[in-house]
Design a protein around this ligand. Structure first.
Ligand SMILES: Nc1ncnc2c1ncn2[C@@H]1O[C@H](COP(=O)(O)OP(=O)(O)OP(=O)(O)O)[C@@H](O)[C@H]1O
Ligand SMILES: [Mg+2]
Length: 297
């Protein structure tokens, strides 16, 4: 990742970072990227004399006013920063070594802003990125998802999205109206109901794309970031999204790998769980494609 010019950092954030890391001060900050539609920025902040050499700061500060046409997406984004904060604050500590997430070192919710001070995963050995994971890298993503889904099996998504993923039908009414695929459009509500009424529910990551996984140098272990769309759901929603553009041979192998890993963790419930989620996988694919069809118009 290329270093960009140091972003502006206000005193609240500087103090938050120094307190969280027991540092004397901040030595430098580099922008990793700006957030969606200029809604804030993500930076790597280097500190002097702290517990760790650097932290990652996700600072969301949405515009106070948006065009009428952007109200829905603005509300969705604001809620997503709130959800991500709740996830790190209230749920993430349950994630063990099989589903590594950055530690939340500090957070701040102000008037129209959300700040997360996160452990720098690069410094913990997860400094590699890949946009098209294959072989052991893909297997590592599947292992992470299996562990995450097993960890939160039957958990209530308190403070999170009742139904996770950024493409969930209830949050995508404008896209539904714009759809041209008549089969998927007329099936949309039925698909949504079938997925939502599953017996086995867990937390889905909700945006499990390769960019949100951070890999070890050998790419055989991953950690995940970006929990803005975490919430209730069936695990195969994350798989349908992660595997959207792989060929059918890789897809079939990936599903087998995922269920093998999932069943090794959940034990007795595994057989019934696999039976239900395998049957829901094609529906989860259609559900994601329902979103894509309307979003691309
Ligand atoms: N704690 C962290 N440690 C190391 N890298 C991180 C950390 N948090 C985020 N990143 C890196 O920054 C990228 C963007 O972070 P994140 O996905 O949270 O922002 P975002 O605005 O939601 O991004 P996008 O909208 O592009 O998905 C991640 O894909 C990852 O490469
Ligand atoms: Mg992201």
């Amino acid at each position: 990742m290329r270093d960009a010019p140091a972003p502006a950092m206000n005193e609240t954030i500087r103090a938050l970072v120094c307190n969280a890391t027991h540092a004397r001060g901040v030595s430098s900050a580099t922008r990793i990227q700006s957030l969606w539609s200029g809604y804030g920025e993500l930076s790597r902040v280097h500190v002097e004399g702290g517990d760790a050499p650097s932290v990652v700061v996700k600072w969301a500060k949405p515009p106070r006013e948006v065009a009428r046409s952007s109200v829905t997406s603005d509300e969705r984004k604001r809620r997503s920063y709130e959800v991500e904060t709740r996830f790190y604050r209230d749920h993430a500590s349950r994630c063990g070594p099989g589903s590594v997430v950055p530690r939340l070192l500090a957070h701040h919710e102000g008037d129209n802003e959300w700040v997360l001070v996160l452990e720098d995963l690069d410094a913990r050995g997860f400094a590699e990125r890949t946009w098209s994971p294959q072989g052991s890298a893909l297997e590592a993503c599947l292992a992470w998802l299996a562990s995450f889904h097993a960890t939160f099996l039957h958990a209530a998504p308190k403070g999170l999205w009742e139904v996770g993923t950024y493409w969930h039908l209830a949050t995508r009414r404008d896209e539904l109206a714009r759809m041209t695929d008549t089969r998927l459009k007329s099936a949309a509500a039925t698909l949504d109901r079938a997925l939502s009424s599953a017996r086995y529910r867990t937390f889905v990551h909700g945006d499990a794309k390769p960019a949100n996984f951070c890999f070890t140098p050998s790419k055989d272990r991953v950690a995940a970031v970006d929990f803005q769309y975490v919430g209730g759901g069936v695990g195969v929603k994350d798989l349908a999204y992660l595997l959207d553009d792989v060929d059918s041979r890789v897809e079939a192998h990936a599903l087998d790998t995922y269920f093998m890993k999932l069943r090794a963790i959940v034990g007795a419930e595994g057989e019934a769980l696999e039976h239900e989620w395998r049957a829901l996988y094609p529906l989860a694919k259609d559900d994601f494609r329902r979103f894509l069809d309307g979003w691309r118009r």
